[in-house]
Design a protein around this ligand. Structure first.
Ligand code: GLC
Length: 547
């Protein structure tokens, strides 16, 4: 990497690869690292700056790899460390940086430390690496407090002592198979320094830090009675749960920043922190903490002009106040894909997902149209943007997935009351007429691919002017060419209700958001349009112009 690339992350477009659903080279129906390597040219051609890979570490896959049993090895499902090295070398040769996921809030219950903890006596150093507590009530048969798991149900599970009697409980903010670490324990701190160095030494350009608002819990683990449902990642208005966004977490990020800064090449930390308001989330990206934080406030903003303008202003101000770039994101592996989400007609909390019984299902045509407009808006904004695999194809959520196919722990822990996140995790379509649409040579796919996805296959969209893929490619090319990501945004006032307009560098961007709104096409050369425009920009359309 050259010096000119310093602080590349301030303007980067980072493409999220969800390895199990990207490309399967082995034919077992689950994507893998060799599959990724084979497709990196496509991502370079798309014009992204970096890839971020969701976990590919040794894991029983109870939470699709976010339950890690060995933080420094590759699960055979995904390949080997040598495959990782090969993938990284190829990515670097193509000018793509490689961000890996790190999951510090919890391990898998199959991690050797947790197994040792279960075998060890209460009060032992082995147990001190996790959060064990005696239960309440008669014989300690009630959980130590009333916390709920993000995936539904209690956040505590009772252990069995080596002699067969009922033992203390352990904390798991997520699935029972994901015990929370005790971040007041020095061994945990030291182990994660080692994990960071392991991947940095192998050439990783940074980390996406899972649940970066968790880790530290309020002393005494007090009960929490939220008005609404506690089973969320946080990031909702109202009292902050005693397990999210505790002050103590920032010392950990300062420590990690020092480790990352030991390395050359401008390596980064990006926080998954569901914290509101943005001014609070900005604490995660103070100069001695992380480089970036996912802008979930932006992701969760409805397709409404005034709300979008407010969140864009708030983001630029809040992140700017601490010297960090704003980030922008519309989709990831935990939320309903934005080609469906932006056309839902009923509320759908993060993580609940949608399926056939959801009342408020989207009109797919409206959804895709809005998604294209929203993406074209996002990619014009200054700062760094995240793209989730498949959004560049306009993929919608898979809604009609049969119940038997679902795998998200949310689905099981709520007994089907919440669909969970499988609908946004379906393997990608690469070619229309190949088995599994080119995802896997054997035709296997770990989640069924909707038939309607054939026409969305990447190959069908390649080189087609009107395709979503071409729109993304063009947007990324222009974004770079026009220096939009490092330019200043100034609003154009006096536009009709439902219309957003701003200058960014030499480009004018107009997004006609509101239903029924439209805007006479301003004078200038149309650089990009998310839908055809005549002398009018119709609703759900974004246009970039050079005046
Ligand atoms: C993060 C991940 C999500 C996972 C959870 C527990 O929110 O994005 O997929 O289930 O953490 O690790």
């Amino acid at each position: 990497m050259t010096h000119a690339d310093a602080q590349w992350w301030r303007t980067a477009v980072i493409y999220q690869i969800y390895p199990r659903s990207f490309a399967d080279a082995s034919g077992d129906g689950i994507g893998d690292l060799r599959g990724i390597t084979a497709k990196l040219d496509d991502l370079a051609a798309l014009g992204v700056d970096a890839i971020w890979l969701s976990p590919f570490y040794v894991s029983p896959q109870k939470d699709a790899g976010y339950d890690v049993a060995d933080f420094t090895d590759v699960d055979p499902l995904f390949g080997t460390l040598a495959d990782f090295d090969e993938m990284t070398a190829r990515a670097h040769a193509l000018g793509l940086r490689v961000i890996v996921d790190i999951v510090p809030n919890h391990s898998s219950d199959q991690h050797v430390w947790f197994q040792q903890a279960l075998e060890a006596a209460p009060g032992s150093p082995e147990r001190a690496r996790y959060v064990f507590r005696d239960g309440k009530g008669v014989d300690g048969n009630e959980p130590p407090n009333n916390w709920n798991s993000v995936f539904g149900g209690p956040a505590w599970t009772r252990t069995t002592n080596p002699d067969g009697s009922a033992g203390p409980w352990y904390l798991h903010l997520f699935d029972t198979s994901q015990p929370d670490f005790n971040w007041e324990n020095d061994e945990v701190l030291e182990e994660f320094d080692r994990v960071l160095r392991f991947w940095l030494d192998r050439g990783a350009d940074g980390f996406r830090v899972d649940v970066a608002h968790g880790l530290v819990k309020q002393p005494g683990l007090p009960d929490f009675s939220p008005d609404d449902d506690a089973n969320s990642m946080g990031g909702v208005e109202g009292p902050m749960a005693p397990y999210w966004a505790q002050e103590g977490v920032h010392a950990i990020w300062r420590r990690w920043r020092a480790v990352v800064d030991e390395y050359d090449g401008d390596r980064i930390l990006a926080a998954e922190a569901w914290v509101v308001p943005l001014s609070r989330m900005a604490k995660w990206v103070r100069p001695d903490e992380m480089h970036q934080a996912f802008n979930f406030a932006y992701l969760e903003t409805h397709w409404q002009a005034a709300d979008l303008r407010a969140v864009i202003d708030e983001s630029i101000a809040a992140f700017g106040a601490v010297g960090a770039p704003s980030t922008w994101v519309l989709s990831n592996h935990d939320v309903v894909r934005h080609a469906s989400r932006l056309a839902l007609t009923a509320e759908n909390p993060q993580g609940h997902g949608i399926g056939p019984r959801f009342e408020g299902l989207p009109d797919p045509v409206v959804g895709l149209r809005r998604a294209r407009a929203a993406s074209a808006l996002m990619l014009a904004l200054p700062g760094s943007a995240y793209i989730y695999q498949g959004e560049e194809l306009g993929l919608p959520e898979s809604i009609d997935m049969p119940d038997e196919a679902r795998q998200d722990p949310t689905w099981f822990r709520t007994e089907g009351e919440r669909y969970g996140r499988d609908g946004c995790r379906v393997p990608l379509p690469w070619t229309a007429d190949a088995p599994a649409y080119g995802f896997s040579p054997s035709g296997e796919a770990w989640l069924p691919q909707p038939e309607a996805w054939a026409e969305l296959a990447r190959e069908n969209q390649q080189g087609v002017g009107s395709s979503t893929l071409t729109m993304y490619q063009e947007a990324l090319r222009l974004r770079r060419e026009q220096g939009l990501a490092s330019a200043e945004l100034t609003w154009i006032d006096g536009l009709p209700n439902g219309v957003l307009g701003f200058h960014v560098g030499d480009v004018e961007v107009y997004a006609v958001v509101g239903e029924g709104a439209s805007l006479p096409l301003p004078v200038g050369q149309v650089l990009l349009a998310s839908a055809p425009v005549t002398d009018t920009i119709p609703a759900d359309t974004t246009v970039w112009l050079r005046s």
